[in-house]
Ligand binder design. Structure first.
Ligand code: FAD
Length: 308
């Protein structure tokens, strides 16, 4: 119930304005978002890489209906890719992109514009020796995002996809994407979705995650196991053994600021461990989804809000 309410608020313009205008709970934001500028993203990347972890950078933003904003987001990605290259970090850090931040939701032209914009980011990533992964958003965009992925992979086969285990369709999508060279990030899913398309019960989502993971680990692609859940991590390790996967043929991924000790532990035992690092000013939707996953953080957040 609380999770559903927080996910609804994640899309509320009025609450967004209230929360982002108040100098509220900076510590909580900072826990999940290392900063707003390119230099903050690069600095966080440098620290993580020095500590044996890999990185994927997300310039925060989503649901834009403004072509200028979409263009500014592309420019931010091009800038950070260049900065990573100059700092010698491009081999250890890639970027994650939300198509809705680069124009997908614009009426009439959205599909074409976001594909063109994604191509520009993929080209820049390729030029500095790294890759792009397309984040997955709510279920109304899944088909369009997978169609864009197919187009991009014609020229940039290294482009990664994200699939969400809470959707009923995802086991089939995993089968379709478990081919050689295909990089697929499997997560549980972070949006408020109706029962017609998504499992509502956490236990059902977990069971779906395991089925999807099995398909990906048994397949020919490169699975990216994106979860903080200790059980899912153990099961991923068991599948890696069962399907004879050599180290480096799959990786674990977690979000910046969540279970950092477990991130370090996995890296220390020789696993590829990538940290998703969001940065930028548009942290509201991202933060609300993190609160929805961990309502215990909410008390801290509300207390800070009320004390303003
Ligand atoms: P959960 O069952 O939520 O959590 C398991 C355990 O992890 C908890 O018991 C707790 O110990 C710890 N934990 C989880 N969340 C928190 C938190 N906020 N604070 C502190 N501890 C916590 N979702 C999408 O819909 N689209 C995407 O493109 C996408 N990309 C992602 C990329 C990466 C690298 C990761 C790690 C996640 C991504 N997600 C995405 C989010 C994902 O769908 C889940 O919402 C999120 O990862 C929480 O699910 P979980 O697997 O960690 O399991």
């Amino acid at each position: 119930m609380l999770r559903q309410s927080l996910l609804l608020l994640a899309r509320s313009g009025r609450v967004k304005e209230l929360v982002t205008r108040t100098p509220v709970s900076g510590a909580l934001v900072a826990r999940y978002v290392p900063g707003e500028a390119t230099k903050d993203a690069v600095e966080a990347t440098r620290d993580l890489v020095a500590d044996g972890r890999l990185v994927t950078l997300d310039f925060l933003g989503e649901d834009t209906l403004d072509e200028g904003q979409a263009e500014a987001t592309v420019a931010a990605y091009l800038e950070v890719l260049e900065a990573l290259s100059q700092e010698g970090l491009a081999r250890s850090a890639e970027v994650s992109v939300k198509l809705s931040a680069i124009g997908q939701a614009l009426p009439e032209i959205g599909a074409k514009l976001s594909l063109e914009n994604a191509r520009r980011i993929c080209r820049a990533a390729r030029n500095v020796g790294t890759t792009v992964t397309l984040d997955m958003e709510d279920h109304t965009t899944t088909d369009q995002t997978l169609a864009t992925l197919r187009e991009l992979r014609k020229d940039f086969p290294e482009t990664g996809a994200v699939l969400q285990a809470y959707l009923h369709r995802t086991e089939d999508d995993c089968r379709a994407l478990a081919y050689e060279g295909s990089r697929v990030r499997l997560c549980k899913g972070a949006y408020k979705e109706p029962a017609t398309v998504a499992f509502q019960d956490r236990h059902e989502v977990d069971k779906s995650y395991v089925r999807c993971l099995k398909v990906l680990m048994a397949g020919q692609g490169y699975p990216m196991v994106a979860t903080h859940d200790p059980r899912m991590i153990r099961i991923a390790g068991a599948f890696a053994t069962r399907f004879d996967r050599a180290p480096g043929t799959y990786e674990y991924q977690m979000l910046f600021g969540i279970r950092p000790d477990e991130q370090r532990r996995l890296a220390a035992v020789g696993e590829r461990m990538r940290v998703y690092v969001p940065y930028g000013q548009e942290w509201y939707g991202y933060l609300m989804r993190r609160l929805a996953e961990r309502p215990s953080n909410l008390t801290f957040f509300l207390r800070s809000l009320l004390s303003q």
